[in-house]
Write a protein that binds this ligand. Structure first.
Ligand SMILES: [Zn+2]
Length: 274
């Protein structure tokens, strides 16, 4: 299925913002560079831990970067509470994986692994990143509670940050002009994290080069992939969805808001093959 109309009129784009407090690794704005498609606004993906995005939706990332979309990762801990892998190892793995997928990577500090709390200051910090990166699409972990507690809390912070990013009067955000994203999608790191109340959109990731990139990106998180069979879990989930949808492999994303289509012709086929 093809999500959203590409022909929707461009929103007014404010002038590029002024840059960026010191120390943080700069992520450039979404202006397309050589070889980039000007039609695609960038994608901004948030992860609570260094491997969440890759395990939850790495195939989608591979597909989007290959289509010419600029992708930024924002990782909100170094996995310092994990059973396996030191924070230094996790950072190296995350950088390798992001490079493989063609994504840019930024680590930020919130409360630390396993300590994330819902705070207005975090929402504002994430909204500031959204204003700086100015994405069309934002990805965040799902809000389902029965998973690692950092995941749904980050999902909620990102959802609220998307809202504040477009409000003109927020004092702490005045450094950059307001920005309205096009769509927020949630990804599910595990089967249990799939939100039961949201109808998913399936992204076809069957192409061999996409599956290879996704697998490589997951395997780059070697300290995690060695401890449990996470890679096979994700590929099997995607294969199950692919079978339902009549394709090889598919990854589910869960839209926060209804998708808008120009016509029913864009809806494509539903995933009901059995
Ligand atoms: Zn995680």
């Amino acid at each position: 299925m093809k999500p959203g109309p590409k022909s929707r009129p461009e929103r007014q784009r404010p002038a590029p913002e002024r840059r960026a407090p010191a120390r943080r690794r700069p992520i450039e704005s979404s202006q397309p560079g050589p070889g980039r498609s000007p039609a695609l606004q960038s994608l901004l993906a948030f992860g609570a831990h260094p491997d969440d995005i890759e395990f939850g939706c790495g195939g989608v990332i591979a597909k989007e970067t290959r289509a010419g979309r600029i992708v930024h990762f924002v990782i909100c801990s170094r996995g310092e509470a994990a059973s396996h892998g030191s924070p230094a190892q996790r950072v190296i793995e995350a950088n390798r994986s992001a490079a493989l997928l063609g994504a840019r990577l930024e680590f930020i500090e919130l409360d630390g692994d396993a300590h994330l709390e819902i705070r207005a200051m975090h929402t504002l910090k994430l909204a500031g990143i959204i204003r700086r990166v100015r994405p069309g699409i934002v990805l965040a972990p799902s809000l389902v509670e029965n998973q690692h507690p950092d995941h749904p809390r980050l999902g909620q912070l990102v959802r609220d940050a998307c809202r504040l990013a477009r409000y003109g009067g927020v004092r702490e955000l005045r450094r950059a002009p307001p920005h309205a994203i096009e769509q927020l999608f949630y990804y599910a790191v595990t089967p249990e994290a799939e939100p039961p109340g949201l109808t998913p959109v399936y992204i076809d990731v069957s192409a061999p080069e996409i599956l290879k990139l996704w697998t490589g990106a997951m395997e780059a998180h070697a300290t995690q992939a060695a401890s449990r069979n996470y890679v096979e879990l994700q590929l099997t989930r995607a294969r199950m969805r692919g079978l339902r949808a009549g394709v090889g492999h598919a990854i589910a994303l869960f839209p926060n808001d209804p998708l808008v289509l120009d016509s029913l012709a864009q809806a494509g086929q539903g995933a009901r093959r059995f």
